[in-house]
Design a binder for this molecule. Structure first.
Ligand code: FAD
Length: 550
């Protein structure tokens, strides 16, 4: 045979061999590595939650060292930054989720396991987690309860919507936090337009039906309003053009500017963009009550109340930690914050053994703050009996007040505070009572923002820490602490425009929108997600959003 044929022959043989090897590996993964079997020689890490924090721990864990068990009532990871895009169909809901089982699979099914359940309680002393299965379709086995033991526990249970106790919100508003919320909003939007298109609907009824209200001008509220406005300007204009004159979007926001945690230029850009796209922005306004089909609003500048009608009201005013947190925190003496799980700089849950907490449900306590409190307590406690007299207590508070503005409020009322803190009335303040003051002072303990960026960086850090094995010796462990690296913030503001704050600089416009898309596409957690999101964007561009209702 000629030289060319010989080369071709070899190339063919190598291709067949390569394909056979890949096939063999696939078959091995399919059959040999299918079942989770706990290896008693390895420690077991139990991870609660399937959000940004927990899944970034799972992704990087070294399963040659650990058995991994994930427990979450949600059997998928959700890429929340694109959730607003799913409310009008710019992106499909299935494109931005990734099954937890896919994460476990990547680790090797033999070493990682997932249970669809909710952790209801934790016995920190006996290292036990109590779980309950949600009865989704009458398939619950027995009472649906079970418990598990752990060597290491990772708590990443996230947050729930915060209504600030506003009357009528739960009953009459939609939230935007989970896939179900986005699906409900999309259905409602479809419903509203089809109903308004029916014969016999008066212009007044059309106006009311097509009144959309967003409460909260943070990133989620702004992005939802922007997506809705895009939908109106493109798809509604195409399919329901006769309804356009009746449509209105209003955004009610309590502070004086939209996106008020961002640079002022970004707020300005967004407000101008919203003006151009006919979104009415009502800043300095607070919703007092939500009733079916209307909200009562208080305008801070005129100090008057007024009523706004709506057919869809999306409530997005912030978050509070998951219910499990309020159950766990009071059980641990060191947890003096009732709303968040406090950790040290290594994300170790204060007052526990081999438990970590991360993401929205937790806060890293500035070590200096806590240390300084207790350090001054110990120094003031001259006789070393673990309590302070009124004079010693006064010294501590006056020393701390200039450093912590919250405490300066207390400095001129030390006598009264001392009596309040001294719960048992023995004229001495114990360490425990002193910690209670720390709680009363309501320190702004949430030192990092509640974002996906923080949660995923914490997860990555924790996986590395666990893989290093250095935290086994819990009490004496010392190593690199968690350091947050802020890579910038984005928000989509509609009309193919985004805003961004990167490296302390503000950007806004069409190019920023491309950057926004590029970043979110690259951040998708799997190739499948990347392909689906990119193809959804292309579909929307070429064919518009799908308006079918089912
Ligand atoms: P989550 O991601 O909320 O995950 C919590 C997990 O715990 C869930 O799987 C939940 O089912 C599970 N869980 C709850 N209770 C229990 C229990 N008892 N037992 C076991 N499991 C439990 N951040 C950004 O940085 N950039 C953005 O652009 C951005 N956009 C956003 C847009 C929207 C619409 C929303 C809602 C949020 C956005 N965020 C963004 C914020 C970001 O999503 C959160 O900060 C992030 O999800 C926090 O991660 P987490 O893992 O702590 O919580």
């Amino acid at each position: 045979p000629s030289r060319g044929r010989r080369i071709l022959g070899w190339a063919g043989a190598l291709t067949v061999l390569g394909a056979a090897a890949l096939g063999g590996m696939a078959i091995y993964r399919e059959f040999a590595d299918r079942y989770y079997t706990e290896d008693p020689s390895k420690k077991t890490v139990v991870i609660l939650g399937s959000g940004w924090a927990s899944m970034s721990v799972v992704k990087d864990l070294d399963v040659s060292k650990y058995n991994v068990i994930v427990i979450s009532p949600r059997n998928y990871f959700l890429f929340t930054p694109l959730l607003p895009s799913t409310t009008v169909g710019t992106v499909d809901t299935r494109s931005i989720v990734e099954p937890v089982r896919a994460y476990c699979r990547r680790l090797g099914a033999r070493s990682a396991r997932y249970y669809e359940a909710e952790a209801t309680d934790i016995d920190f002393e006996n290292k036990k987690i109590y779980c309950e299965v949600k009865d989704i379709s009458g398939l619950k086995h027995g009472d649906g309860k079970f418990d598990l033991s752990y060597d290491y526990l990772v708590v990443g249970v996230g947050s729930v919507n915060n209504t600030f106790g506003t009357k009528g919100v739960e009953e009459n508003c939609n939230f935007l936090k989970e896939i179900d919320d986005a699906t409900r909003i999309r259905e409602r939007i479809g419903d509203v337009f089809e109903t308004a298109s029916l014969p016999g609907i008066s212009p007044e009824e059309k106006k009311k039906l097509l009144s959309f209200l967003v409460v909260g001008g943070g990133p989620t509220g702004v992005e939802f309003a922007a997506e809705l406005s895009d939908f109106l300007h493109t798809d509604v204009a195409r399919w329901y053009s006769e309804l356009i004159p009746y449509v209105n979007i209003k955004l009610v926001h309590s502070p004086d500017h939209l996106l008020n945690t961002y640079d002022a230029k970004i707020s300005e850009f967004t407000e101008k963009k919203f003006k151009d796209t006919k979104i009415d922005v009502l800043v300095g306004s607070r919703v007092l009550e939500v009733r079916p089909g209307e909200v009562e609003v208080y305008d801070k500048s005129t100090k008057s109340k007024y009523v706004l009608p709506f057919s869809l009201c999306v409530w997005s005013t912030g978050i509070s930690p998951a219910p499990l947190v309020s159950k766990l925190a009071p059980k641990i003496k060191e947890q003096v914050h009732s709303k968040l799980l406090m950790t040290d700089k290594y994300l170790r849950l204060l007052g526990t053994d081999h438990v970590f907490a991360l993401g929205d449900c937790s806060t890293v306590v500035q070590p200096k703050l806590m240390d300084r409190f207790m350090d001054l307590f110990k120094r003031a406690d001259r006789d070393g009996d673990g309590t302070l007299s009124k004079a010693e207590f006064t010294t501590v508070i006056t020393q701390l007040a200039p450093e912590y503005p919250q405490l300066s409020l207390y400095a001129d009322k030390i006598g009264r505070i001392f009596e309040e803190v001294d719960k048992d009335g023995d004229s001495r303040v114990s360490e425990e009572e002193f910690r209670e003051l720390f709680k009363q002072a309501d320190m702004k303990l949430k030192s990092l923002p509640a974002t996906a960026q923080v949660a995923s960086q914490q997860g990555k850090y924790l996986a590395k820490l666990l893989n290093s094995g250095s935290c086994e010796d819990w009490e004496t462990f010392k190593g690199p602490s968690f350091k947050y690296n802020h890579r910038g913030s984005f928000a989509y503001v509609g009309g193919n425009s985004s805003v961004a704050e990167i490296g302390g600089k503000a950007f806004g416009g069409f190019l920023t929108w491309w950057l926004w898309r590029g970043v979110y596409l690259s951040e998708q957690v799997s190739l499948r997600n990347k392909v689906l999101v990119a193809s959804n964007w292309a579909q929307t561009f070429f064919f518009g959003r799908d308006i079918s209702r089912f």
